[in-house]
Design a protein around this ligand. Structure first.
Ligand code: GUN
Ligand code: ZN
Length: 435
């Protein structure tokens, strides 16, 4: 059997541990080489050392002067909301009624869903995001359209059909039974087919009856290696609504807990208005938080508390939450996360932010060793970052005196323009056009 071996030269960065808790959090090879064979990482290290191991005649793609790192992982966003990004509204609940629900109605139409899925995935790749946890709509065909498009691009993606059987317009309402039936059929069709992974997706507690949540929990137990994704404690008005709807629950996240939905591979979006017991439960069940700073600032939802989450040992990741979020770029997401941390009196080093967008997210998803790093055997999803992408970045990064300063400038000033190329399973899936 002939193997397909490719090598890439550039400055290599990937993470080994969380910089907040380890002094040896990353590998950095200023003149590095990434060797990819059959879509997987074969080796990553110093150019001088590794070059000698290449078979004769191997092609080395030269990205000298640029950074090679694992592709970004965005752990919470909504592909159907692509066309309504940046819609003005006074907060979450009116925003859902006014913009979100009418836009999601259009995904009844498979052609529309396919068209948006194509644009959405290409936009993620332009921004250097190679894996995402994605909400579809209530329509099963919106999931088929999404996975068909991600499969065509060879991407590792997690997605699921929204389950929603109350407190929403009739045109988006399923029933507890139909949602469970559709979800199970979609799991059987898509989960672990190629690189696709399924997430059981009750939208959030207010739009599900007790029976729907119970059935979602039963599916989560029946299919323990699937993902779960939902929203929790995003906004104060939403939290008050949950208290009214579930008067017996100890807290918002306890609603999900009582139905068996806190477990590894459960991804909770937002997690702003949590208390200490909530955080403890997240940590002990290995449920993870998707932190959505652009969305939380945009909708005025609140500020994530990094320090308390770290004290409790919660698994953390960063997410755009498009279309509540205002950018597809994980660099822009870091920019806002940094400011949120400052407003809460804590400090997020750039190294930590890049960790959270790569290995940290992979850990939060229980996918360490598969994505998010250059460990041998990992899937070769990687990006090429150009520190000279814009005139301002060029001036600023020329003065960077450390890796931290370089990454910080990229996080604060970078966006899709900083992504020179994106690779998925060793195949180039985006290259930035230069003028
Ligand atoms: N809560 C329930 N649905 C949504 C949604 O679509 N976006 C956000 N940001 N919060 C939600
Ligand atoms: Zn969301």
């Amino acid at each position: 059997m002939t193997s397909n071996l490719q090598a890439y030269r550039g400055s290599l960065l990937h993470f080994l541990a969380d910089p907040a808790f380890s002094d040896q959090s990353h590998d950095w090879f200023e003149d590095g080489l990434l060797i990819v064979e059959d879509g997987k990482v074969q080796a990553a290290g110093d150019y001088a050392t590794l070059h000698a191991t290449l078979p004769q005649g191997a092609v080395v793609h030269d990205y000298s002067g640029k950074l090679l790192m694992p592709g970004f992982i965005d752990t919470h966003l909504h592909y159907p909301q692509t066309d309504m990004i940046a819609s003005p509204s006074e907060g979450l609940l009116p925003w859902l009624e006014t913009y979100t629900f009418p836009v999601e109605r259009q995904f009844e139409d498979t052609h529309h869903a396919a068209d948006v899925a194509d644009f959405f995935l290409d936009e993620l790749l332009r921004c250097g995001t190679t894996t995402a946890m994605v909400y579809c709509t209530v329509h099963p065909q919106s999931v088929d359209a999404f996975f068909t498009a991600s499969e065509q691009r060879g991407l590792r993606m997690v997605a699921g059909k929204v389950m929603m059987d109350r407190n929403c317009p009739d045109f988006l309402r399923d029933t507890a039974e139909s949602s469970a039936r559709d979800t199970e059929a979609l799991i059987q069709r898509w989960h672990k087919r190629g690189r696709s992974l399924y997430a059981i997706t009750p939208r959030f507690a207010p739009t599900s009856t007790n029976l729907q949540l119970q059935l979602a929990g039963e599916l989560a137990r029946a299919y323990p290696d699937t993902f779960i994704q939902t929203h929790v404690s995003e906004n104060e008005a939403e939290c008050a609504w949950v208290r009214e709807l579930f008067p017996n629950a100890r807290s918002y996240i306890d609603v999900y807990d009582s139905y068996g939905m806190m477990r590894p591979r459960a991804m909770y979006g937002h997690c702003i208005w949590l208390d200490e017991r909530d955080r403890q439960r997240m940590a002990e069940t290995q449920s993870a938080a998707a932190i959505c700073p652009t969305s939380n600032l945009f909708l005025g939802s609140g500020l994530f508390d990094f320090e308390r989450a770290d004290d409790a040992g919660v698994l953390l990741s960063l997410a755009t939450d498009v279309g509540g979020g205002t950018s597809f770029s994980m660099l822009q997401t870091m920019n806002e996360a940094y400011k949120v941390a400052r407003l809460k009196g804590s400090y997020l080093p750039a190294l930590r932010m890049f960790y959270l967008a790569t290995l940290g997210a992979a850990r939060a998803m229980q996918l360490e060793g598969t994505i998010g790093s250059f460990s041998a055997g990992a899937e070769a999803d990687f990006i090429v970052i150009d520190p000279q992408a814009t005139p301002l970045l060029q001036r600023r990064t020329a003065r960077s005196e450390s890796l931290e300063e370089l990454l910080f400038a990229l996080a604060l000033l970078g966006d899709d323009r900083a992504i020179a190329a994106t690779y998925a399973a060793g195949r180039q899936v985006h290259v930035r056009e230069t003028t």
